[in-house]
Design a protein around this ligand. Structure first.
Ligand code: SF4
Length: 379
């Protein structure tokens, strides 16, 4: 029995509806470790040059890391990797939540998808039972509705799905788990949508063994104690505000772009900056949230009645900078709303804000007009 890794990956072929397990030799783990390393090896070997990312020949997969699913802190994350339809070359996207560890609990170091279904489908891997099921009634739903419906049917499971953006092959669409954890970069929502795959539903019960359990537990305790008892401003700030801790400071030190990368600090002065600060956002926090086996728990569930959001997730720093600084927008409510719309539809918030910023610059330089914006004054 290997330690840390499971020793095999699962291939799902959506064209003929088959599953195939592939053993992976220890030597490959020693060379590539798992996660993105294993992804690079397997994608490189199985995707011929010039493959269209949205064709049946295109392969993409979900790759937890070597330590994912163990108690080791900050390791509950996974990679989605394959060929990107956006850049037409290698693409990868990192994501948190609880989906990654479940892949290992199902007994795999990766789930790879190839082929193309001819009608909407979803995959279930429930313990050792694997099926490809009809997803006609899920097609058209957002990711929150999809998760709710699948949990009603399958109980306590982990789900990764696409929203309407992936179904419509938006090149800035992502794959979402835990209702708002998004593998947003590289356009993998469109890859999944092109294969007519709405969701993957997992429930596993396999144990992930480690070589020296006692030592791992002791190191984890030491690390977590360090985080939990730290009085360092950076750690306390991150635990409270998550990545929005950077909303003000990163702009002040010149790290955050503004006005479609063409502005200066004077374009977004302090009185605007403070309106979208981490502290302002934190006023709407209902409870903290985080990924599997993480002592930081940097996420948050929020309630924003001003824009009718009973339950939403805290926008990340990158989302705030994309819909805020980059657009010279200090309207916090619009950022909450845009974040929620994108998460539900499965759109990468960074790309969405950047696209709007580019459109605004085009509008202000008369390259596009109200004829192109449905009459919207795009400034
Ligand atoms: S909760 Fe935050 S700090 Fe912890 S693993 Fe997830 S993203 Fe990282």
């Amino acid at each position: 029995m290997p330690n840390g890794y499971m020793g095999k990956v699962l291939w799902v072929n959506l064209t003929d509806g088959t599953f195939k397990e592939e053993d992976v030799q220890e030597e490959l783990y020693r060379q590539y470790l798992g996660g993105i390393g294993l992804a690079a090896k397997l994608i490189y070997e199985n995707v011929p040059p010039k493959t269209d990312a949205l064709s049946p020949e295109s392969v993409f997969g979900f790759f937890p890391g070597l330590l994912t699913g163990t108690v080791a802190p900050l390791t509950g994350r996974f990679m989605v990797a394959g060929k990107s339809p956006l850049t037409k070359t290698w693409g990868d996207s990192n994501c948190g939540g609880y989906f990654g560890p479940e892949i290992k609990k199902c007994g795999y170091d990766a789930i790879l998808i190839k082929g193309m279904a001819n009608s909407p489908k979803y995959i279930t891997i429930l313990e050792d039972d694997k099926q490809i099921l009809d997803a006609s009634d899920l097609w058209g739903l957002d990711v929150v509705q999809t998760e709710d419906k699948l949990k009603e049917k399958h109980g306590s499971v982990q789900i990764a799905s696409i929203g309407q953006a992936g179904e419509n092959l938006s090149l800035i669409s992502g794959i979402v788990n835990d209702k708002a954890r998004v593998a947003g970069r590289s356009g993998f929502g469109a890859v999944m949508g092109s294969k007519k795959l709405k969701a993957i539903v997992l429930k596993g019960g396999k144990k992930i063994t480690v070589s020296d359990k006692d030592a791992l537990i002791q190191h984890t305790k030491d690390y977590n104690n360090g985080i939990n008892t730290s009085t360092a401003a950076g750690i306390l700030g991150y635990k409270t505000l998550g990545t929005t801790m950077g909303n003000e400071i990163l702009f002040k030190i010149g790290d955050t772009p503004c006005k479609n990368w063409g502005g200066t600090k004077e374009d977004f002065p302090d009185d605007k900056l403070t309106k979208i600060s981490g502290n302002e956002i934190d006023k709407y926090k209902e409870k903290p949230y985080g990924c599997f086996s993480c002592p930081v728990q940097c996420g948050a569930i929020m309630k924003v009645p001003e824009v009718d959001l009973e339950e939403t997730h805290r926008p990340e720093y990158e989302t705030c900078s994309s819909f805020g600084h980059l657009l010279l927008n200090d309207d916090l409510m619009s950022i909450f709303k845009a974040n929620d719309i994108c998460n539900r539809a499965g759109i990468d918030t960074i790309s969405a804000g950047a696209t709007i910023a580019f459109a605004i610059e085009c509008y202000e330089n008369n390259l596009i007009s109200k004829d192109d914006t449905d009459g919207l004054e795009l400034t």
